[in-house]
Design a protein around this ligand. Structure first.
Ligand SMILES: [Cu+2]
Length: 260
């Protein structure tokens, strides 16, 4: 609107040139020319401001999508076809700023459809996609285990490392280690059967599980930063419901898959 008003003003200035008497024409024409220049510059500045504002709004919208809105899987288009597997980013960022969130956070799909999580971050920052379906089977990345005091730990990599040990009274020591049920893809059913899967697993979720975990997801090509970790995790949802999940490494990273 402001641009239109300015444009009208520009035209008025140009029109005024023709209604001025000849004897004052020379002096005033200088002034009119100057005014026209100024008005034209103002018009250009207004256009630039509007374009900049529109670009900014688009940038904010692009950055906001995926943070709080629910995204329908039917809108996902890859190439010329709609894919059945919806893609969700587990974290994102570059070597300067890393965002610890899922993008999008909320996804709505239909029964039988799949979601694939992947880590697009440029630095090897790990994430997990972990469903704690019974709300009890939560766990941690590094956990303590007890072992006999006589246990010797021989590091495979000859560098500056040794296990964290603490003695107890019963001839046992406490050693801390990386939790295999967080590091590896795994599913635990209602009868507490623990089923480990290979890296980059594809799991069919029946909805009756206690715990389903992706394992550590690293950016593609950087999986060996933590040997044995994966880049993607795919789940096919076989039953309607609301499935909340979390990254165990960053517990504030949370997402929801709604299956209808
Ligand atoms: Cu994470």
């Amino acid at each position: 609107m402001f641009y239109i008003l300015m444009k009208l003003d520009c035209n008025d200035v140009r029109t005024s040139k023709h209604i001025i008497k000849k004897d004052t024409m020379h002096i005033l024409s200088m002034s009119v020319r100057h005014s026209r220049k100024m008005a034209d510059i103002a018009c250009i500045l207004v256009i630039v401001a509007i374009i900049t504002q529109i670009s900014f709004i688009h940038a904010v919208e692009a950055a906001t999508i995926g943070r709080n809105s629910t995204v329908l899987a039917k809108n996902v288009i890859s190439g010329n076809k709609i894919e059945n597997a919806f893609k969700v980013q587990a974290g994102r960022g570059d070597s300067t700023v890393v965002e610890h969130q899922f993008f999008p956070k909320k996804v709505e799909i239909k029964v039988g459809q799949s979601v694939t999580w992947y880590n697009p971050t440029l630095v090897p920052e790990p994430h997990t996609v972990t469903f704690i379906l019974d709300n009890k089977s939560t766990t941690g990345v590094i956990v303590p285990f007890s072992v006999p005091n006589s246990t010797k730990f021989i590091p495979l990599v000859q560098d500056n490392s040794q296990p964290m040990l603490a003695s107890t009274k019963n001839g046992m020591s406490i050693v801390t280690g990386l939790n295999g049920r967080v590091f590896n893809p795994v599913a635990i059913d209602t009868k507490d059967n623990v089923k480990f899967m290979k890296a980059n697993a594809h799991y069919n979720m029946t909805g009756s599980e206690k715990y389903v975990n992706s394992g550590w997801l690293l950016p593609k090509g950087q999986e060996q930063s933590f040997p044995g970790s994966a880049n993607i995790f795919t789940v096919t949802f076989e039953k309607a419901g609301t499935y909340n999940y979390v990254c165990i490494i960053h517990p504030w990273m949370r997402g929801t898959i709604t299956v209808k």
